[in-house]
Ligand binder design. Structure first.
Ligand SMILES: C[S@@+](CC[C@H](N)C(=O)[O-])C[C@H]1O[C@@H](n2cnc3c(N)ncnc32)[C@H](O)[C@@H]1O
Length: 392
């Protein structure tokens, strides 16, 4: 029990990292470029976001008028260590006389006090300090799964946030269950989760535009536990996370740009990757009828069959060019391509005989490959093939 409590405390701590304003801005611009009216007349809901402290809240509050929002809702979460840190509960008009610590900001207009008409953070703060109706305490702790938060979800059109990573499966499943549009940050490894991958495969969810390493704001005090914390001059602490990405079902133009690639022959001759250049052929997996392509830019333009590519391929995935047929976490799951074959006993034995580590057994979907005769497990792969007629 003690261990269980410890690991859930650790998980909760790992959920506490906050998105920078500029990262939100950069991503949202891509959707606005594609459709300048993407938020017009819409209710945006930030459901893991302490109003006023969260940059998601700030971003949509400041752009309420120029994006043409109909309504902005943001719900805080009681156990969050940052709730109420930038605007104390006592100063919020709608929280006066309440002993609750979770609340919802809910506004259908964002008045500007300055003559230019643009909304700034002082306007937002003033609104919360003076207009009782824009903030109300929640009955519970603001859990996105609570009945009252689901009720708010039902009333919203687009959910935008960075949710707790430890609950990502439940979080995205709930958005899909309620048929919401969304733009959320997650760990790239979530791509192969069984709750996520089928959505990606069916083009119901895709990656946003700005994946990769980002600095997230973290509560002070993590320095001793994590090595990668940087402190800014004002004391703000940042942790660098290399493998986060945006998951969305909002259209952006980038995903319709096909990759420009070289032929098999040219890759083998000229590829900038030493794993490919100079080889007689691409490697084939032991347990999949597919070639191993360790880099997205090494995908050959003229290969007919299935190719295993890194999960980061999805940053460049154009659904008009490629079809996704499986992952090495789940096997090839396309109904029309039933060649899934887990690791053979011989391969597993060869792997351990060669000093391999980890827990593998016959039948696992992990992609296995003999590299120079040595049985090697290949890290997460997505299996793709060209859409009919798209191969060069
Ligand atoms: C990764 S942080 C991001 C916070 C904010 N969205 C941002 O990007 O700055 C996730 C937040 O969700 C909160 N949280 C954790 N569990 C939650 C739950 N069950 N329901 C709602 N929020 C939760 C955490 O306290 C934390 O503040």
């Amino acid at each position: 029990m003690a261990n269980k409590n410890l690991s859930s405390a650790k998980r909760a701590k790992n959920d506490e990292f906050y998105t920078q304003y500029e990262d939100i801005n950069r991503e949202v611009q891509a959707y606005l470029e594609y459709d300048p009216d993407v938020f017009r007349g819409k209710t945006v809901y930030c459901n893991c976001d302490d109003p006023y402290t969260s940059n998601f809240f700030k971003f949509f509050a400041l752009h309420f008028n120029d994006f043409g929002l109909k309504r902005l809702i943001a719900a805080s979460y009681d156990p969050s260590p940052i709730a109420g840190t930038q605007l104390p509960f006592e100063e919020i008009a709608g929280m006066q006389g309440s002993d609750k610590k979770a609340y919802v900001f809910d506004a259908t207009e964002m008045p500007s006090l300055n003559k230019g008409g643009t909304v700034d953070l002082d306007d937002t703060k003033r609104l919360m300090q003076t207009v009782k109706e824009v903030v109300r305490p929640l009955q519970g702790n603001g859990d996105f799964r609570s009945v009252e938060c689901i009720e708010l979800l039902k009333q919203s059109d687009i959910v935008v946030t960075n949710p707790p990573f430890s609950l990502f499966r439940e979080y995205i499943s709930q958005l899909v269950e309620y048929g919401k549009q969304f733009l959320i940050i997650g760990n790239m490894n979530a791509i192969t989760y069984k709750e996520v991958f089928p959505l990606i495969k069916k083009n119901k969810v895709w990656l946003g535009v700005d994946s990769g390493a980002k600095n997230y704001i973290v509560p002070p005090g993590l320095e001793t536990e994590r090595g990668n914390i940087a402190k800014a001059a004002d004391g703000t602490c940042f942790a660098k996370m290399g493998n986060t990405c945006w998951f969305t079902n909002l259209e952006h133009g980038r995903r319709h740009q096909p990759l420009s690639l070289m032929t098999v022959a040219d890759n083998l001759k000229y590829s900038r990757h030493k794993e490919i250049r100079g080889k007689a052929a691409y490697d084939k997996y032991d347990n999949y009828d597919a070639i191993e392509v360790p880099y997205t830019d090494a995908i050959p333009s003229d290969y007919d069959g299935v190719m295993g590519v890194p999960i980061s391929f999805l940053e460049k995935y154009c659904p008009e060019q490629f079809e996704i047929v499986g992952t090495s976490d789940n096997g090839i799951i396309d109904d029309t391509y039933k060649t899934t074959q887990g690791l053979t006993q011989k391969f597993v034995d060869d792997y351990y005989r060669a000093g391999g580590k980890g827990a593998y057994q016959q039948g696992n979907p992990t992609a296995g490959l003999y590299v120079n005769g040595i049985a090697t497990m290949i890290y997460k792969r997505i299996f793709i093939r060209y859409k009919k007629g798209e191969k060069a």
